[in-house]
Design a protein around this ligand. Structure first.
Ligand SMILES: [Zn+2]
Length: 238
């Protein structure tokens, strides 16, 4: 058995699996934030959950936690519907989740599909590892445009086409993220892209999304299979 959802199993089933060897828990991290006029607010949560479930199903002795649907999305707050808990709260949640998960699981992997969570996640993982817990973070490296553009639109067309409002898809600000990041941080996404898109959804397709997903799942599976025994506290970057 692999990839069991914690939402669906009872505690003796979790306990029984641990007897066979190291048990790994995957915790998908998402966000509830605007993704342009054509993608749902739950895009990142959906992607994180799918990646974790599909990869875990292929790797023995893995469990998948419920997706955390909130994160650090302050730069998207100017758009209706965005629910951000900020970086500080995100970090605290991840630390406490990690401490709790380590009571049951030998290894913990945060599967993060929202770039805005990255700094809080890195800080939480560093602290948990310092405390001697075998915790790591993984994020898909999609490439392509930054937010709600061709990449994420293709992914959602592959996974949940009924949630894509294709007729509303429109180009946003296609400037590369590094050139925008400072203004994004200080003035928010809306100041650089009135429709919330950083990139251009034109050309997106389910076929492209399938390819991106397959590559990301392979990468995640490889990270799980390559897991070495717990490094000494504070020694290695996750
Ligand atoms: Zn996203």
């Amino acid at each position: 058995m692999s990839g069991s959802s914690l939402e669906r199993v009872s505690w003796p089933e979790v306990d029984g699996r641990r007897a066979d060897g190291p048990a790994t828990l995957l915790v998908p991290l998402g966000a509830t934030e605007q993704h342009g006029p054509h993608l749902p607010l739950g895009t990142d949560s959906h992607l994180a959950g799918v990646l974790a479930r599909v990869a875990a199903a292929r790797v023995p002795d893995t469990f998948v936690a419920p997706t955390l649907p909130y994160g650090s999305s302050g730069e998207h707050q100017d758009f209706p519907g965005t629910l951000s808990i900020g970086a500080e709260a995100t970090e605290l949640i991840l630390v406490e989740l990690g401490r709790s998960a380590a009571e049951t699981f030998d290894r913990l992997l945060f599967v993060n599909a929202h770039g805005g969570n990255a700094p809080a996640l890195a800080a939480a993982v560093a602290l948990l590892r310092e405390e001697g817990r075998d915790v790591r973070a993984w994020a898909p490296r999609w490439g392509g445009d930054a937010h709600a553009g061709r990449t994420e639109t293709s992914l959602m067309l592959a996974l949940a086409p009924q949630r894509v409002r294709a007729e509303r898809a429109a180009v946003g600000n296609p400037t590369p993220l590094p050139e925008l990041i400072e203004r994004l941080r200080t003035r928010g996404v809306r100041s650089v892209s009135p429709n919330g898109v950083l990139g251009d959804p034109a050309g997106a397709s389910a076929a492209e999304g399938d390819e991106l997903l397959a590559a990301a799942v392979d990468d995640l599976c490889a990270a799980l299979r390559a897991w070495e025994p717990c490094a000494m506290a504070g020694s290695a970057v996750p």
